[in-house]
Design a protein around this ligand. Structure first.
Ligand code: N01
Length: 883
């Protein structure tokens, strides 16, 4: 007899099953809100939870000292103003019992328990292709047949196994912070160990120390921690909320973290030591995770130097509290940037190590060998114990989704297999191959990088709204496409470049679970930007999803929702919101004024050794220049440095020797070279070939005065951006044809190389990316009459290319000039010139020059600096801090 197919088996199981539209796993913050939304939208729903009451994470994590670390003003549901006024929190950071009471209150108020099956574990979840439904088997009662399956199972709900030999041999008591007994644990008079110093350890250690006869803390990695200053909710926060609750909540939803706090906009190098300390003390006094992570200075989260300044202040504080210097040093984090690992809010944590009944064991110096019958044995000692507390964390973000039960999607493929090399999702909400499966705060969404309640509400709203829209349109199945999912993975990787998370081994990256595929799991691009992306998916016709239904209803609008680099997207959105008239409509003078005004608002460039203004001889009179000299660092010679002759951008019409100031500073620092930015003459006052001839004259003058400028003898380098890239390319051709000076290499960043507008990038990127096709027309018209445009002094692509210096040509995907830059690089290579190309994905015309605004441009500028150093044959490595 033939065996039944998987589909037939599922179909048979489905007959006796509880039939609902939607099944939800979990009855915590996410599960409860989903039930409310689903019920209001007219869907039948059931939530399944292994616990015997609501609460999710807050049901299980009952260890001493457990509290939230986002202020209760913000760590609350926001969907119902009446609920908000019906509940009063007693403290700034509520205890676990109070949060559990709150969730119970919510469950009662909306009568949710009737739709929750407690004490019920899902054993398997299988997609039935024929029925277009999921079948869930359970360990308690009926199976569940549902159209949609939603994992609201939490990000930190699957505790990590102990991973230490001998746990079973221990004769004393063992507890996990994430599974703490409900009737408490008697610790008085006992010898207790806590293994782990993450948030759970940092919260529980002071409380346990107060009770135990002796507490031994086994620490592998010290974490950054700063005071919670718990107490009543701060008056200013409460006042801000009460002043206009709807506005406060709206701001939270569009903020980066889900808490509406202003972020610092000044960079560390714009502040004095005293100002930085003052900001630090203010954040310290606030006792707020988000404040400390975002209100010190703008470069604290994404830049190692800016971060080190914050890390040092936090380290100093540890030394000021912990009396024993060796213990203080052991508690001092040195292996990861501040914020790259989840920092902890502490109450008496460091002071606890001054107690006579507390010992710290530094596992970096004496690893645990095994747990024995009587206690814990390290390389150096045996500690006798009555109780061991594991505060060792969770199989975060994916554990509760894949490790808890097999989820079998289309064609019998399991989610664990699909995620064998790390979670792959579209928006952290769905996964290709798993129709009608949703994850709330899943990997690939902001989740644990945010105020979870705000992110939960956003996800639940998005999902339920989609289900309603599908019902109205007659669709019954939804599935992400592979292309959309791949695009999301790229966007995730791009966004992670903006943070320092990649530099730490943490549960964010899966590094805490042996064998787990590495990779940043939460979305680091921020709550507000993420929300707008989810909304954009909808407004662009469910981009990246296949929708289908009975009678052949089908729709697939495939594609990637974000192709721009994350910070480029923010800049362009901001510019679009300003709704500016076209630059060319201002006229040349007006446009110059506008650019000067715009430049005045950008972050000041970083300090370099020296900035000097001077005058050089141009083709027809003196020209201003600005020279940037690198700082001399300890152990360096301090020059003479190679000189880069630099030409600014601005379409031969706008800008001056100072207008690319941040770029020149950054490149000066990265390359360790002198940059001389030339104030060449502009059109329309000085039309073609004034700028080109000035470029060549400047090169000659700088070559002749290299020694006076502190430059290294020998060949010069030439660089330029946009129209400046055009002048740089032309200058190299003129130097070759007119007998020097010798040029060792040319750096052409988004250069204009040819007068034709026919290449695809001129059409693909004609508008919407700041430099427009019509603006380029205007520039050409002001600079050069049509008869002159094919002259190689303005269209260097049409010139002779043999014998030119080695080149590095950078182009950007979303730039009208992209294709002519690539064409120039290819033509140079064909002419035998050594060429390196950087085709920057997701970038626009200004990506590299908007230093400290488009932080994803760093990688490109690093490559440019390396190329300049190769051209100049500089052998020593750049000092670390400049990388
Ligand atoms: O877990 P963790 P957690 N041998 O993974 C150590 C949230 N949360 O439960 O860093 C020895 O952070 C491990 O060492 P290392 C919050 O988001 C919030 O504390 O891997 N040590 C680390 O020190 C938090 O980030 C609150 O070297 C071992 C510790 O155990 C997240 O939950 C409260 C080990 C684990 O720290 C997780 O926090 C609590 C081993 N084999 C939690 N394995 C609030 O305040 C692990 N460790 C709201």
């Amino acid at each position: 007899m033939p065996l039944p197919s998987a589909s037939q088996t599922v179909a048979a199981g489905a007959q006796d099953a509880q039939q609902v539209d939607v099944a939800v796993v979990g009855a915590g913050f996410a599960g409860l809100y989903l039930l409310i939304r689903l019920r209001r939208a007219g869907f039948t729903a059931v939530a399944l939870d292994t616990s015997d009451d609501v609460g999710g994470t807050w049901y299980w994590n009952r260890y001493p000292g457990a509290r939230c670390d986002i202020q209760t003003t913000d760590y609350s549901y926001t969907f119902d103003p009446e609920l908000e006024s019906a509940w009063q929190w007693s403290e700034k950071y509520a205890t676990q019992p109070e949060i559990l009471r709150y969730l119970g209150f919510v469950a009662d108020r909306y009568d949710l328990r009737r739709d929750i099956r407690f004490g019920t574990k899902v054993l398997t979840a299988t997609w039935d292709e024929a029925a277009q439904r999921w079948l869930l088997t359970t360990d308690n009662g009926k199976s569940v047949s549902c159209r949609y399956y939603i994992m609201a199972s939490g990000c930190l709900s699957a505790p990590k196994p102990p991973e230490i030999d001998g746990v079973g041999d221990f004769k004393g008591e063992i507890y996990f912070t994430g599974r703490w007994p409900h009737d408490g644990v008697e610790l008085a008079g006992k010898r207790v160990a806590v293994i782990g110093t993450g948030s759970s350890g940092v919260q529980s250690i002071p409380k346990i120390a107060e009770q135990a006869a002796h507490l031994t803390v086994f620490q592998r990695t010290p974490n950054f921690a700063f005071p919670a200053h718990n107490g009543p909710s701060p008056a200013d926060r409460v006042a801000a909320l009460e002043k206009d609750r709807a506005d406060y909540r709206a701001q939270a939803r569009l903020s980066l973290t889900g808490v509406p706090l202003e972020r610092a906009t000044e960079f560390s190098w714009q502040l004095s030591d005293a100002e930085r300390r003052q900001r630090f003390e203010k954040a310290l006094a606030a006792g707020d995770l988000v404040a400390m992570l975002s209100q010190l200075w703008a470069d604290q989260g994404g830049d190692l130097e800016g971060n080190a300044l914050a890390s040092d202040l936090l380290r100093e504080r540890i030394r000021s509290i912990v009396k024993d210097p060796e213990t203080a040093e052991a508690l001092t984090p040195r292996d990861h940037p501040f914020g790259s690992k989840r920092p902890c809010l502490e109450t008496n944590y460091y002071a606890t190590f001054n107690r006579p009944n507390v010992t710290l064991v530094n596992l970096r110096q004496e690893p645990i060998q095994a747990i024995t019958a009587s206690g814990i044995k390290t390389d150096r000692r045996s500690v006798d114990l009555d109780v061991i507390v594991f505060a060792t964390g969770f199989d975060a973000m994916t554990g509760a989704i894949t490790a808890v039960h097999p989820i079998m999607g289309r064609d019998g493929k399991s989610l664990s297999d699909a995620w064998a090399n790390g979670p792959r999702t579209y928006l952290g909400l769905t996964a290709a191959g798993f129709p009608n499966l949703f994850m709330i705060t899943g990997p690939g969404s902001p989740s644990v990088f945010s105020n979870m309640v705000v992110s939960i509400e956003q996800h639940a709203d998005w999902v339920v709204d989609r289900l309603v829209a599908m019902r109205e349109a007659g669709f019954t199945a939804i599935e992400a496409t592979e292309a959309a999912q791949d695009g999301w993975a790229r966007h995730m990787a791009d966004a992670s470049q903006l943070t320092l998370h990649r530099l730490a081994n943490t549960w964010y990256t899966g590094a805490n679970v042996p064998g787990k595929a590495p990779g940043l799991m939460p979305y680091p691009g921020g709550v507000g930007p993420y929300r707008t992306i989810c909304d954009e998916v909808v407004s662009r016709g469910m981009l990246g999803f296949t929708l289908s239904g009975p009678n052949g209803a089908a729709q697939c609008n495939d594609g990637e929702v974000v192709r721009l680099q994350p910070d480029v997207r923010l800049v362009l959105n901001m510019l679009a919101d300003l709704n500016l008239p076209p630059l060319e409509s201002f006229g040349a003078e007006g446009a110059r004024g506008f650019v000067a005004q715009f430049n005045a608002t950008r972050p000041a460039g970083r300090p370099v050794g020296e900035v000097l203004d001077g005058t050089l001889a141009g083709a027809d009179g003196p020209l201003p220049y600005r020279l940037y000299r690198p700082a001399t660092r300890a152990g360096e010679k301090g020059g003479p440095h190679p000189i880069v002759v630099y030409f600014h951008g601005g379409g031969w019409v706008l800008g001056d020797e100072q207008s690319d100031d941040p770029f020149c500073r950054d490149m000066c620092r990265r390359s360790g070279m002198i940059f001389v930015s030339v104030g060449y003459r502009h059109a329309p006052e000085h039309r073609f070939p004034a700028a080109a001839e000035d470029g060549y004259a400047a090169l000659r003058w700088i070559g002749e005065h290299a020694a006076e400028l502190g430059g290294r003898p020998g060949p010069l380098l030439v660089a330029g951006w946009s129209a400046g890239g055009n002048i740089a390319a032309v200058t190299c051709q003129l130097a070759r044809d007119r007998g020097g000076p010798e040029v060792a290499g040319q750096l052409l960043v988004n250069p204009v190389t040819d007068c034709t507008f026919d290449r695809p990038s001129y059409n693909d990127n004609a508008t919407g990316y700041f430099l427009t096709r019509s603006l380029m027309w205007w520039f050409w018209d002001l600079y050069c009459s049509p008869a002159d445009r094919t002259d190689p002094r303005v269209s260097p692509l049409r010139g002779k290319l043999e014998g030119l210096p080695a080149a590095f040509v950078a182009t950007c995907e979303f730039d009208p000039l992209r294709d002519e830059g690539i064409a120039y690089a290819e033509a140079l290579a064909a002419a035998g010139v050594p060429v390196e190309q950087l085709q920057a994905r997701g970038h626009f015309h200004s990506s590299f020059t908007m230093v400290d605004v488009v932080a994803t441009g760093v990688d490109g500028r690093t490559k440019m600096a390396e190329a300049l150093r190769r051209f100049a044959e500089v052998e020593e490595a750049m000092p670390k801090a400049a990388e």
